[in-house]
Design a protein. Sequence first.
Length: 241
Amino acid sequence: MPTKLSININKLATLRNSRGGNNPDILKAAIDVQRFGADGVTVHPRPDERHIRYDDVRAIRKIIETEFNIEGNPREQRFVDLVLETLPHQVTLVPDESGQLTSDHGWDTIKHKDYLKEIISVFKAAGIRVSIFVDPDVKMVEGAALTGTDRIELYTEGYAKEYSAGNKQQAIDSYIEAAKKAREVGLGLNAGHDLDLYNLKYFKQNIAWLDEVSIGHALICDAIYLGFENAIQLYKRQLAE
């Protein structure tokens, strides 16, 4: 089964914001992501708008031709309003704290089951596919199945760290179990965080039914040396092999 590659363009917005102006042009980047062969564009607007701005999201939605995925914390009402206004193909719910540098943990789907059920129903009523960020824990996957979500996104930082340390089997074991449970309970499966050109192929080989990966930081870093189009094609190749 082909696994889709969605590219998170937050880091390009960080670069733009560091200097002011509109270089790099985020709309052009979103168009080029599609033109260069990616399957989707991901953005993660945060309350302080330190990278992707809310107006960027609105502008991208008007020109997107592939899949559009918006990530964020639904406890921010402004985020909820933005998603319902722009109606992306998918919304990915993450439990970020205010001011958090980057996402670093998944939802406790047992503790927050009632809240997740309520907010997920809001997005699904608007026709938006919902994915929720979870750690590779079978119990969290089972809990996710009770929330009404369409998919889960496995948080892969732990995998990436163990893989880079040379512990390939240890790196992937819990993810395989979580992925099997997701398939068993009828959930679609996404993955993201610290996936790169070195560890992506092994992850896909072990979890062949993976629906989508969302990759930003590593791919943008690689693009500095390899070129944007070439980097996208190299990542696509890792998912195809």
